[in-house]
Design a protein around this ligand. Sequence first.
Ligand code: SAH
Ligand code: SF4
Length: 470
Amino acid sequence: MPDMPNKARQLSEKQSEYMHLIAEIMEIRKRGEKPLAFIHTYGCQQNVADSERIKGMLDKSGFGFTDTPDDADFILFNTCAVREHAEDRVFGNVGALKNLKRRHPQILIALCGCMMEQEHIADRIYNSFPFVGLVFGTHSLHRFPELLYRSLVDGRRVVERGNDDRLVYEGFPVHRDGSFKGWLPVMYGCNNFCTYCVVPYVRGRERSREKDVILSEAKEMIAGGFRDITLLGQNVNSYGKTLETPVSFAQLIREIDSIDGDYWLRFMTSHPKDCSKELIDAIAEGQHISNHLHLPFQSGSDRVLKAMNRHYDRKKYLETVAYAKERIDGLSLTSDIIVGFPGETYEDFKQTLSLIREVEFTSLFTFIFSPRKGTPAEKMDDPVPAEEKSKWFRELLDVQEEIAAKRCASMVGQTERVLIEGVKEKTGELNARTGGNIIVELTGNKDLIGTFQNVKITKARNWILKGELN
Ligand code: SAH
Ligand code: SF4
């Protein structure tokens, strides 16, 4: 690794040694022919990308993978803390492993990810689930082999959290889940402290990977047949600001875009407060950059945006959208929205509805506000009852369904370039996606999975398109 600081390099070498030691131990401990790991990932793509790195380290430690917890020697849940619902699912699913551990006491059960960086959660896990042998947070991911080794040899429970040393660790193996659609983290953490959000607390301060490291990973993915690559960061627009030689995100995507090959490049998440014209121009002028922009606005009301600490207003958001629509052909916009932020009134909510009508998003990720421990919003007055918020939420879904249906219907008759992603189990049809991230279903041979095809859109069903191979 060219620009890795000494501390990070030493750590990566040390972790490689632990991977060899784990392989030796597992040779004796395994239950079947090969030690097997079961990994379940909750939450966002960043977690998926982290799990791919954990799997890479397990792969190097001699493990294979299984989808059946019963067959596993090692079970890991990579958890999400963004909303209460995600946390509840983890507690439920971990509780359900108690009997499995009783049947097979030699299985090692571990939990990692964002939830584990919250002290009250790590404590609750430790106290309620004595059969969980290893707990580590996002800041300890790069020390996973050492932690796994310790819990295997000591036979004692290992808990490791905190230690945000703000370094970026490189040189770890990656075991990617897909063969043509993949994730590429460009930065970690977040400095924005939106008042509802737990991410800055559990993923630490913003830090970027070196441009050359990202470029070489992108080259490797493209050469390896990846067709749809998503660059990941909590706020990609501030990529590179903290690097020794600062680089803008627009520069980064222009350089990746100049790599030869047949692929789509996309990225998430772009924060509207600093989504620059430079970035929009880079998308418009790119060869491979898809015409899809995920630009979460969260609320259409300036009052609520201010209380959320988002640092943009409705006017600025709409100006950015107008510029993007003008510059990028067939632009497809998607967004995240929170309904029922503390103090939000129905009047505020109506501004969210009017904004989605005005912009006409392709699709939306919609969430009801979930109070997160330790965030400022948790302590804000929240007088609107849950049933009322659910009513607003359903109203939002209805409006969006109408918009998406209209948008999809307007595409009938067009020819779209799509990436064939898989087969729909129920009907045997192929599933595909446009560059703008719209789902297209069509009849065709399974051999086409992982290839780009031109498809004529024949029908629109709400937010899904039907098509025929051209
Ligand atoms: N960094 C990204 C988002 C990360 S979290 C960004 O700034 O857009 C993904 C989404 O989860 C957020 O955009 C928000 O809509 C939602 N979210 C985060 N915290 C939430 C909370 N406490 N309650 C409800 N939704 C939340
Ligand atoms: Fe959370 Fe805001 Fe950071 Fe996104 S930008 S991760 S919503 S604090």
